[in-house]
Ligand binder design. Structure first.
Ligand code: AMP
Ligand code: MG
Length: 467
């Protein structure tokens, strides 16, 4: 039990700052993810011990660190990033032999805090817990949430809010931005060290820089295609929020699409729709090109490397498109799509956009063979439906494929918002209920309000970073 082992903290000092969390006055455990704790082989003696550790009041294993990174934020390079309100407590080796970071977020200022207070308030912490755990249950690679501890201290945003700390579990926190940091400072030696460390930790089969780059490209393209299959908009796909491991990270202004609109943006700071629903598949390629660019300086004297990396990025764009169609074909019961299916998918998505159809409930309805919407009885849809039915009629287990690709419940923005509002009046029941309901999203058969699209007054139109 509690098989801790720190490897990142043994890297050279340019990788991080040794910095303890700032203690809080009155830590109270609001949520403990016992299933995850068990998966990680974690055991603690008492509630008080958990409250002290996961508030940052006492160390878990060795010296906590804040990781240094840089990154492109909305296309602008910022060399001054790093964990400004997060502390890597330790790594744990799970009983299955997998290594994970255990990190606090909202645990106080670090040398990378810039003007920030190093804290988080309860709302974004609950949001990250709900959405990251839901993503896991939906089968999307993601960081996880182990614990929420309230700090007993206020955090000042637009108003005075209750402070909280979330414990995040990740395969690692190495970002594209971590590579950018060493590349931008022409720190060849540490860049090579980071590359070697990343290969060893995540892609042990990669023998060259190019193989590493290609492996990250595949993982990220698959990830974004899976996001899109469930209508997820990350909202802030900056290169510092893009993990080498291919897990989703940073549930800030993220949101799920209700009615389908390919250009949908929720984030209040995404003025130009850079990270809109559809743009995600383009921006990820842009981000991967930044990784390629960072790695190039390790191969400056090799004439072919630029061409080779360019080719990998070009292939990544093709692969991204293939992955998108593979994921959407599953939603229609097609498990080995052919080129023609792309047209079938595009046609449907145009119909859905024109009908303002609820993304999740539409796919759920065709999985359950119901027709709750008017447009489903009108000509454009009926014509499409005929083509679709003839396409899948001879596919064995098409319905089963659909059932595994189309969730009936997702963490809808208005329900998250209700859970947060209620928690602010000390009633955590909606938070607990929502979490429970999201544990089995493909087999959720209850007819609860949680599956309903938001009413006019319930619609969340904008989300915020929560910093
Ligand atoms: P994010 O938008 O969460 O990806 O954060 C972008 C950068 O701002 C990272 O370097 C964070 O560590 C930093 N940051 C965000 N919020 C805070 C805060 N309240 N205090 C200090 N740093 C922060
Ligand atoms: Mg971030």
């Amino acid at each position: 039990m509690n098989n801790f082992e720190n490897s990142y903290g043994k890297l050279p000092e340019n990788f991080y700052s040794i910095t303890p969390p700032t203690p809080v006055v009155d830590p109270k455990l609001l949520k403990w993810n016992s299933t995850l704790a068990e998966e990680l082989g974690l055991k603690f003696d008492s509630l008080a011990e958990k409250e002290s550790i996961f508030s940052g009041n006492i160390p878990l294993n060795g010296t906590p660190i804040a990781q240094k990174y840089a990154g492109h934020q909305f296309g602008q390079f910022n060399p001054d990033l790093g964990d400004g309100r997060a502390h890597l407590l330790t790594e744990v080796i799970s009983p299955k032999g997998e290594r994970y970071d255990i990190t606090l977020k909202g645990s106080g200022r670090t040398p990378y805090s810039r003007g920030g207070d190093g804290r988080a308030w309860l709302g974004p912490v609950l949001r990250e817990y709900i959405v990251s755990e839901a993503m896991h249950s939906l089968g999307i690679p993601t960081t996880r949430a182990l614990a929420i501890v309230s700090s007993g201290e206020p955090v000042y945003r637009e108003a005075k809010m209750p402070g909280a700390i979330i414990t995040r579990i990740a395969k690692s926190h190495i970002r594209i931005g971590t590579f950018q940091w060493f590349s931008a400072t022409s720190d060849f030696k540490n860049l090579q060290t980071l590359l070697d460390y990343s290969i060893k930790r995540h892609y042990p089969d990669a023998k060259t820089t190019a193989e590493f780059l290609r492996a990250v490209c595949l993982k990220q393209a698959e990830l974004v295609a899976k996001w899109m299959r469930i209508g997820f908009i990350h909202g802030v796909m900056n290169t510092d929020n893009c993990l080498i491991s291919g897990e989703t990270i940073d549930y800030g202004p993220c949101a799920f699409i209700d009615e389908y609109n390919p250009d949908k943006v929720f984030s209040s700071i995404d003025n130009f729709g850079r990270y809109s629903f559809t743009n995600q598949s383009k921006v990820i390629i842009w981000n991967l090109a930044q990784l390629a660019n960072s790695l190039l300086i390790l191969h400056e004297n090799e004439a072919d490397t630029l061409d080779e990396f360019q080719e990998i990025i070009n292939e990544a764009a093709v692969y991204m498109s293939q992955q998108y169609y593979i994921q959407f074909a599953l939603k229609l019961g097609i498990n080995s799509p052919i080129k023609k299916d792309e047209h079938l998918i595009n046609e449907l998505m145009t119909i859905l956009a024109e009908a303002n159809a609820d993304f999740t409930n539409f796919f759920s309805s065709i999985t359950n063979e119901t027709k709750p919407y008017d447009f489903m009885n009108k000509k454009p849809y009926l014509t499409w439906e005929k083509k679709w039915h003839s396409r899948i009629q001879n596919i064995p287990k098409a319905k089963e494929t659909m059932r595994q690709a189309n969730p009936s419940i997702i963490p809808r923005n208005h329900n998250i918002e209700k859970a947060i509002q209620s928690a602010l009046s000390d009633n955590f029941d909606p938070f607990y209920t929502l979490n429970e309901a999201l544990k089995n999203p493909y087999n959720y058969i209850e007819k609860s309000d949680l599956t309903k699209a938001p009413g006019k007054d319930e619609k969340v139109t904008a989300t915020f970073c929560g910093t």
